[in-house]
Design a binder for this molecule. Sequence first.
Ligand SMILES: Nc1nc2c(ncn2[C@@H]2O[C@H](COP(=O)(O)OP(=O)(O)OP(=O)(O)O)[C@@H](O)[C@H]2O)c(=O)[nH]1
Ligand SMILES: [Mg+2]
Length: 223
Amino acid sequence: MKKKGIEVPPAVYRPLIGEDGNSQIKDAVLQFVLGVTSALPESVLPEFAFAGKSNVGKSSLLNALVNRKALARTSAQPGKTQTINFYRVNGAVYFVDLPGYGYASASEAVKASWGKMIERYLHEDKQLRAVFLLLDLRHAPSENDVLMYNWIIDQGLPAVLVGTKADKLKRSQLEKQKKLLRETLGAPKETPLILFSSVTKQGREELLRLVAEMAKQASVRLQ
Ligand SMILES: Nc1nc2c(ncn2[C@@H]2O[C@H](COP(=O)(O)OP(=O)(O)OP(=O)(O)O)[C@@H](O)[C@H]2O)c(=O)[nH]1
Ligand SMILES: [Mg+2]
Protein backbone atom coordinates (compact mmCIF):
# COMPACT_ATOMS: atom_id res chain seq x y z
CA MET A 1 0.00 0.00 0.00
CA LYS A 2 1.41 3.34 -1.00
CA LYS A 3 1.76 5.71 1.90
CA LYS A 4 1.19 9.39 1.53
CA GLY A 5 4.50 11.22 1.32
CA ILE A 6 4.15 13.83 4.00
CA GLU A 7 6.72 16.36 5.04
CA VAL A 8 7.09 16.44 8.76
CA PRO A 9 9.33 19.19 10.10
CA PRO A 10 12.02 18.04 12.49
CA ALA A 11 10.46 17.88 15.90
CA VAL A 12 11.45 20.72 18.12
CA TYR A 13 10.60 19.09 21.40
CA ARG A 14 8.77 21.37 23.71
CA PRO A 15 7.42 19.87 26.89
CA LEU A 16 3.66 19.62 27.18
CA ILE A 17 3.59 20.44 30.85
CA GLY A 18 5.83 22.50 33.13
CA GLU A 19 7.28 21.64 36.53
CA ASP A 20 4.52 23.72 38.10
CA GLY A 21 1.85 21.57 36.45
CA ASN A 22 0.80 24.30 34.07
CA SER A 23 0.21 23.45 30.44
CA GLN A 24 3.03 24.39 28.10
CA ILE A 25 0.94 23.72 25.03
CA LYS A 26 1.51 26.57 22.64
CA ASP A 27 0.21 25.22 19.41
CA ALA A 28 -2.17 22.54 18.26
CA VAL A 29 -3.14 22.11 14.62
CA LEU A 30 -5.21 19.65 12.67
CA GLN A 31 -2.66 18.06 10.37
CA PHE A 32 -4.17 14.93 8.82
CA VAL A 33 -7.71 13.74 8.30
CA LEU A 34 -8.10 10.08 7.40
CA GLY A 35 -11.17 8.60 5.79
CA VAL A 36 -12.12 4.99 5.24
CA THR A 37 -9.77 4.52 2.29
CA SER A 38 -6.94 6.93 3.20
CA ALA A 39 -3.38 5.73 3.54
CA LEU A 40 -1.85 6.16 6.98
CA PRO A 41 0.38 9.23 7.24
CA GLU A 42 4.11 8.69 7.43
CA SER A 43 4.51 10.58 10.64
CA VAL A 44 7.67 10.55 12.69
CA LEU A 45 6.20 11.91 15.89
CA PRO A 46 4.77 9.74 18.67
CA GLU A 47 1.01 9.39 18.48
CA PHE A 48 -1.59 9.01 21.22
CA ALA A 49 -5.06 7.89 20.22
CA PHE A 50 -8.35 8.58 22.02
CA ALA A 51 -10.89 5.81 21.59
CA GLY A 52 -14.30 5.10 23.05
CA LYS A 53 -17.99 4.95 22.50
CA SER A 54 -19.72 7.75 20.61
CA ASN A 55 -20.52 10.70 22.86
CA VAL A 56 -18.16 9.60 25.66
CA GLY A 57 -16.26 12.89 25.31
CA LYS A 58 -13.18 12.16 23.15
CA SER A 59 -13.23 15.41 21.18
CA SER A 60 -14.07 17.44 24.30
CA LEU A 61 -11.14 15.87 26.14
CA LEU A 62 -8.82 16.73 23.30
CA ASN A 63 -9.96 20.35 23.36
CA ALA A 64 -9.49 20.47 27.14
CA LEU A 65 -5.97 19.07 26.82
CA VAL A 66 -4.87 21.68 24.32
CA ASN A 67 -6.90 24.45 25.95
CA ARG A 68 -8.99 25.25 22.90
CA LYS A 69 -12.75 25.49 22.87
CA ALA A 70 -13.48 24.06 19.45
CA LEU A 71 -10.37 22.71 17.78
CA ALA A 72 -12.01 19.29 17.61
CA ARG A 73 -15.71 19.46 16.76
CA THR A 74 -17.98 18.18 19.50
CA SER A 75 -21.71 17.58 19.63
CA ALA A 76 -24.45 16.51 21.98
CA GLN A 77 -25.48 14.11 19.18
CA PRO A 78 -23.38 10.95 18.98
CA GLY A 79 -21.50 10.24 15.76
CA LYS A 80 -19.94 13.68 15.37
CA THR A 81 -16.38 12.61 14.56
CA GLN A 82 -16.43 10.47 11.43
CA THR A 83 -12.79 10.54 10.36
CA ILE A 84 -9.49 9.91 12.12
CA ASN A 85 -8.15 13.35 12.95
CA PHE A 86 -4.49 13.96 13.79
CA TYR A 87 -3.73 17.07 15.85
CA ARG A 88 -0.07 18.02 16.05
CA VAL A 89 0.71 19.46 19.46
CA ASN A 90 3.78 21.60 20.19
CA GLY A 91 5.44 20.08 17.13
CA ALA A 92 6.17 17.14 19.42
CA VAL A 93 3.28 14.66 19.46
CA TYR A 94 0.05 13.85 17.70
CA PHE A 95 -3.23 13.52 19.53
CA VAL A 96 -5.45 11.32 17.40
CA ASP A 97 -9.22 11.72 17.71
CA LEU A 98 -11.05 8.58 16.60
CA PRO A 99 -14.69 8.20 15.59
CA GLY A 100 -16.75 6.64 18.36
CA TYR A 101 -18.10 3.12 18.22
CA GLY A 102 -21.55 1.93 19.18
CA TYR A 103 -23.27 4.75 17.34
CA ALA A 104 -26.69 3.15 17.12
CA SER A 105 -28.23 5.30 14.40
CA ALA A 106 -25.49 4.71 11.83
CA SER A 107 -26.27 2.12 9.16
CA GLU A 108 -24.63 -1.30 9.42
CA ALA A 109 -22.47 -0.53 6.38
CA VAL A 110 -21.23 2.74 7.88
CA LYS A 111 -20.55 1.08 11.24
CA ALA A 112 -18.56 -1.68 9.54
CA SER A 113 -16.44 0.73 7.50
CA TRP A 114 -15.65 2.94 10.53
CA GLY A 115 -14.78 -0.16 12.53
CA LYS A 116 -12.38 -1.30 9.81
CA MET A 117 -10.84 2.17 9.58
CA ILE A 118 -10.17 2.32 13.33
CA GLU A 119 -8.93 -1.27 13.40
CA ARG A 120 -6.53 -0.63 10.53
CA TYR A 121 -5.12 2.44 12.23
CA LEU A 122 -4.63 0.71 15.57
CA HIS A 123 -3.18 -2.36 13.89
CA GLU A 124 -0.85 -0.79 11.34
CA ASP A 125 0.30 2.56 12.59
CA LYS A 126 3.94 2.46 13.64
CA GLN A 127 4.07 5.65 15.70
CA LEU A 128 1.19 4.83 18.00
CA ARG A 129 2.48 4.76 21.60
CA ALA A 130 -0.67 4.26 23.60
CA VAL A 131 -4.44 4.21 23.34
CA PHE A 132 -6.50 6.16 25.82
CA LEU A 133 -9.78 4.31 26.21
CA LEU A 134 -12.51 6.67 27.37
CA LEU A 135 -15.38 5.34 29.45
CA ASP A 136 -18.36 7.33 30.68
CA LEU A 137 -18.22 7.16 34.48
CA ARG A 138 -22.00 7.18 34.75
CA HIS A 139 -22.35 3.76 33.12
CA ALA A 140 -20.91 0.28 33.32
CA PRO A 141 -18.58 -0.49 30.40
CA SER A 142 -20.42 -1.95 27.41
CA GLU A 143 -19.59 -5.13 25.54
CA ASN A 144 -17.92 -2.95 22.88
CA ASP A 145 -15.78 -1.28 25.52
CA VAL A 146 -14.58 -4.68 26.73
CA LEU A 147 -13.86 -5.75 23.14
CA MET A 148 -11.94 -2.54 22.49
CA TYR A 149 -9.91 -2.90 25.65
CA ASN A 150 -8.95 -6.48 24.79
CA TRP A 151 -8.16 -5.50 21.25
CA ILE A 152 -5.75 -2.77 22.39
CA ILE A 153 -3.99 -5.25 24.66
CA ASP A 154 -3.87 -7.87 21.88
CA GLN A 155 -2.14 -5.31 19.66
CA GLY A 156 0.60 -5.05 22.27
CA LEU A 157 -0.25 -1.42 22.93
CA PRO A 158 -0.35 0.23 26.35
CA ALA A 159 -3.90 1.09 27.37
CA VAL A 160 -4.77 4.03 29.59
CA LEU A 161 -8.30 4.10 30.99
CA VAL A 162 -9.98 7.48 31.26
CA GLY A 163 -13.25 7.83 33.15
CA THR A 164 -15.04 10.79 31.57
CA LYS A 165 -17.65 13.30 32.74
CA ALA A 166 -16.38 13.06 36.32
CA ASP A 167 -18.17 16.36 37.07
CA LYS A 168 -21.50 14.51 36.86
CA LEU A 169 -20.80 12.21 39.81
CA LYS A 170 -20.37 12.57 43.55
CA ARG A 171 -17.05 11.64 45.08
CA SER A 172 -18.42 8.46 46.65
CA GLN A 173 -19.89 7.35 43.31
CA LEU A 174 -16.57 7.98 41.59
CA GLU A 175 -14.78 5.45 43.75
CA LYS A 176 -17.45 2.84 43.10
CA GLN A 177 -17.33 3.44 39.35
CA LYS A 178 -13.57 3.20 39.24
CA LYS A 179 -13.79 -0.24 40.76
CA LEU A 180 -16.55 -1.27 38.38
CA LEU A 181 -14.60 -0.12 35.33
CA ARG A 182 -11.53 -2.11 36.28
CA GLU A 183 -13.50 -5.19 37.19
CA THR A 184 -15.64 -5.21 34.04
CA LEU A 185 -12.66 -4.74 31.75
CA GLY A 186 -10.41 -7.07 33.74
CA ALA A 187 -7.75 -4.35 33.82
CA PRO A 188 -4.84 -4.92 36.21
CA LYS A 189 -3.92 -2.28 38.76
CA GLU A 190 -0.84 -1.37 36.70
CA THR A 191 -3.13 0.03 34.00
CA PRO A 192 -3.54 3.74 34.68
CA LEU A 193 -7.08 4.96 35.31
CA ILE A 194 -7.57 8.70 35.18
CA LEU A 195 -10.74 10.48 36.24
CA PHE A 196 -11.41 13.28 33.80
CA SER A 197 -13.77 16.17 33.23
CA SER A 198 -13.55 18.53 30.31
CA VAL A 199 -15.80 20.88 32.31
CA THR A 200 -13.67 21.20 35.46
CA LYS A 201 -10.41 20.07 33.74
CA GLN A 202 -9.94 17.43 36.44
CA GLY A 203 -7.35 14.90 35.28
CA ARG A 204 -5.83 17.16 32.66
CA GLU A 205 -2.46 17.52 34.33
CA GLU A 206 -2.22 13.80 35.10
CA LEU A 207 -3.03 12.91 31.53
CA LEU A 208 -0.53 15.36 30.03
CA ARG A 209 2.20 14.10 32.37
CA LEU A 210 1.53 10.55 31.24
CA VAL A 211 1.67 11.55 27.56
CA ALA A 212 4.90 13.48 28.09
CA GLU A 213 6.46 10.50 29.84
CA MET A 214 5.39 8.00 27.18
CA ALA A 215 6.44 10.32 24.34
CA LYS A 216 10.02 10.05 25.56
CA GLN A 217 10.00 6.27 25.48
CA ALA A 218 10.83 4.28 22.37
CA SER A 219 8.06 2.63 20.40
CA VAL A 220 6.70 -0.41 22.18
CA ARG A 221 5.46 -2.24 19.13
CA LEU A 222 7.01 -5.44 17.98
CA GLN A 223 6.40 -5.13 14.28
N1 LIG B 1 -20.69 17.32 31.79
C1 LIG B 1 -19.77 16.95 30.89
N2 LIG B 1 -20.13 16.83 29.59
C2 LIG B 1 -19.19 16.43 28.71
C3 LIG B 1 -17.85 16.15 29.11
N3 LIG B 1 -17.16 15.76 28.02
C4 LIG B 1 -18.02 15.82 26.98
N4 LIG B 1 -19.24 16.22 27.37
C5 LIG B 1 -20.44 16.38 26.50
O1 LIG B 1 -20.71 15.14 25.88
C6 LIG B 1 -21.15 15.32 24.53
C7 LIG B 1 -20.26 14.55 23.57
O2 LIG B 1 -18.96 15.06 23.58
P1 LIG B 1 -17.92 14.81 22.38
O3 LIG B 1 -16.62 15.31 22.86
O4 LIG B 1 -18.45 15.33 21.10
O5 LIG B 1 -17.94 13.21 22.33
P2 LIG B 1 -17.14 12.22 21.32
O6 LIG B 1 -16.70 11.06 22.15
O7 LIG B 1 -16.09 12.97 20.60
O8 LIG B 1 -18.32 11.75 20.35
P3 LIG B 1 -18.22 11.17 18.82
O9 LIG B 1 -17.39 12.13 18.03
O10 LIG B 1 -19.65 11.11 18.41
O11 LIG B 1 -17.62 9.82 18.92
C8 LIG B 1 -21.12 16.85 24.30
O12 LIG B 1 -22.42 17.34 24.52
C9 LIG B 1 -20.16 17.35 25.36
O13 LIG B 1 -20.41 18.68 25.75
C10 LIG B 1 -17.50 16.30 30.51
O14 LIG B 1 -16.39 16.08 30.97
N5 LIG B 1 -18.51 16.70 31.35
MG1 LIG C 1 -15.76 13.24 18.58
